[in-house]
Write a protein that binds this ligand. Structure first.
Ligand SMILES: [Zn+2]
Length: 91
């Protein structure tokens, strides 16, 4: 295969291009799928921690997931706020 950064030939299983030192497959994260799934779960169950997880994902070059997790966290926060408010009104 060829490095996507410098187009030199690298080994199929090479994680780093020997010529330019970049990842020959381009920017891929080293995060497991479980970590991302966990971040989504946190966003739904514990929005505060979801926001922290979103920042963590953004740092780990998973900005797209980070934005979605942050959005889900905010939605979950707003939802629980209205749930709390409506239950207070009912009293
Ligand atoms: Zn290269």
């Amino acid at each position: 295969m060829y490095c996507c950064e410098c187009s030199s030939e690298v080994h199929e299983r090479a994680k780093i291009c020997p010529v330019c030192g970049c990842n020959p497959r381009g920017i891929t994260s080293d995060l497991a799928g479980g970590t991302i799934a966990g971040a989504y779960l946190l966003a739904v169950l514990f929005p505060i921690f979801g926001l922290i997880a979103a920042l963590y994902l953004a740092c780990k070059k998973e900005a797209a997931h980070g934005v979605v997790v942050a959005g889900v966290s905010l939605l979950s926060m707003v939802f629980s706020f209205f749930l709390l408010a409506s239950s207070l009104v009912a009293l």
